[in-house]
Design a protein around this ligand. Sequence first.
Ligand code: ADP
Ligand code: ZN
Ligand code: ZN
Length: 753
Amino acid sequence: MPHYADIVLPLAQPAYTFSVPEGMTLREGQAVSVRFGRQNKFYTGIVWRLHDRRPDFPRIKSIERILYDEPLLSAPQRALWEWIASYYLCSVGEVMRVALPSLMKPSGDTEEEFSEEEFRPRLECYVALAPELHDETVFHETCERLERRAPRQYEALLEIASAGDDSRISTGEIARRLLRADYGALQALERKGYVRSTQHERTVERGGSSFRLPELTPHQRRTLEALREQFAAGKSTALLQGVTGSGKTEIYIHLIAEVLARGGDVLLLVPEIALTAQLIERMERIFGSRVTSYHSKLTNRRRTETYLRLSRSSGGEFVVGVRSSIFLPLKHLQLIVVDEEHDASYKQADPAPRYNARDCAVVMARLTAGRTLLGSATPSLETWSNAASGKYGRAELTERYGAAQLPVVHLSDTLRAARRGERHGHFNKMLLDKIGETLDRGGQVMLFQNRRGFSPYVECTECGWTARCPNCNVTLTYHKSGQKLVCHYCGHTETVPAKCPSCRVTDVVPVGFGTEKIEEEVARIFPEARVARLDRDSVTSERAFNAIIADFAAHRTDILVGTQMITKGFDFEGVSLVGILNADNLLNNPDFRAAERAFQLMMQVAGRAGRRDDGGEVVIQTGDPTHPVIRQVAAGDYEGMVRTQLADRQQFFYPPYARLTSLTLRHRDPTTLRNGIAELAARLRTRFGRRVLGPMTPPVDRIRGEYLVGLLLKVESGASSARARELLSAELKAFSENPAYRAITVVVDVDPQ
Ligand code: ADP
Ligand code: ZN
Ligand code: ZN
């Protein structure tokens, strides 16, 4: 056994060398307990490298003990951590912080008692139809009885029956499928003897590969074949570009089933789990208990259980999860599917590591010799370019499934409507007319209002005073419920002043509008319609979220008003009209991706309409109907958008033509900060010349009492990015070692979103 081990600790520091006690057998990737630092605290560390080179510091501490028998990380995972640390300029320890569930990396003055046993899966309750009900006549009689007298029990019974003849289904899964926990109904069914329940450990069925797969259309089959061919020809990553409702998910399902049948593991990455309940449910209908979901709403304990279970698994696992699932210990990983690959939430903005899980998935395919599939109706320009250049494979789905047509898009000119007196509140007459028609026909409506970038704030009509945060250079956002003003950067909260604090003449009034206002107006104009709202404020819990979705899906509500939340992955049959209230504030963002983002968002919102046969309509309200992006959305012209945007990006030297790294410096004292940034900018210019832009003041230049200032580094895509990173990290290191600037915080964001 080697005498020394380099151990990665969950800190922004390099690995640290410990000695291996006599008799201890270690493996790389294993978790151990060590004591470290001035206070000699206990930490969980990962054995990174075993060797015999004695480090040149006097007191070498020895490892306390081994925490788990099985290594927590496979070799490809360790390689991924290293890639992230080097690409995103952070320490491997910082990667460890996001990669492992927090219960697995405790640190403290005493060693916490944590044993592997503790995280054995708990017992779960499973239910199955009682044997008598396997008789079809009995089953139907029972159903008829229940349908009349106890509709909720009837729904639950059907759900249990749909799990298959002899398979059991966990009660948790039923709750998820019905989108509402209804344990009362299940208990009643059991009391009446219609179902049997058993308790046992959550198990993953293995070996079974008889999934009931949807039959593909010829168009879909050709696309699947094309993907298979490109993977077989050695492309490790491919783009599946398909219009909304074309059956991208069906293609995923076929590829996933193949890998599972071979005993391989699959990871399906989704932007945000709460928004993809329907997708998980769909996967569970096909893959049953094989589906493991992983996201931040799970308890710490549950995440730890999942992590440890997967680290011991012998393959055939299917995980659906958010960006951090890229770190799960899937040792037989053969396929990663990244759904909605263009979504910005794949990128972690804060804290380090500021990684993009989509890009990590591409790297992981190489490291595991597996395959990565990127799916989107509107791929990011970076991915599109990689596919166009042949670096990635590519296949398309150009038509919607079945008789479903792409929706018809109408542009409604807000300024003209105002001139003609055809504007009521935030609605143009055209949108109101179409809402009325849709409701008359018994259809459902979705209304999209992008609150971001147009938050409601309060203003004095007399002197123009607005409420600002005392700590941050931003206006406070007005929250109607509770009459509060809140800072979205630091959380500072105050009540709305009765009189203007500046001129003391008038009341202050809310300006700007969000979903709440829209909900109010539409409910007033259509008093008979049932209106609901879906946004961060209305969704206080997962349960509230599920209830809003379930009500809309079951047509218990007619109009759903919402933010981005309503755009993602929902498949509501009854929606025939989608309204976008203000397209302009999507476009007026001071960001080089604003046009691309606006296009993607509007296409996604529009895609919610007419998912079934009778076609759908979309109304976009805009003050600038001739804006190229608005026209491209109206025409569904993705290629057109790509052409104009790529031309811009090339001219102004932005991705995919350049790689960006943004540097943000923070400090309480503006003078120290000004000197610091000047010094750093000068240093970087000696290396990178005109590729360094700035110093520049960010849109919000003061947060929590600290001043902010930024630099932007633009390096040609063709240049060696490894070399650029080397130079950059050497300069940053020299800068942070300068005593004058040591207190300045430097935040590095590679490929900022
Ligand atoms: P996308 O992921 O591209 O938006 P989906 O896979 O969600 O599209 O398909 C849209 C709808 O059409 C879904 O309700 C899906 O069940 C249905 N669908 C697509 N392809 C098929 C198929 N081959 N057989 C049955 N239903 C299909
Ligand atoms: Zn603030
Ligand atoms: Zn005033």
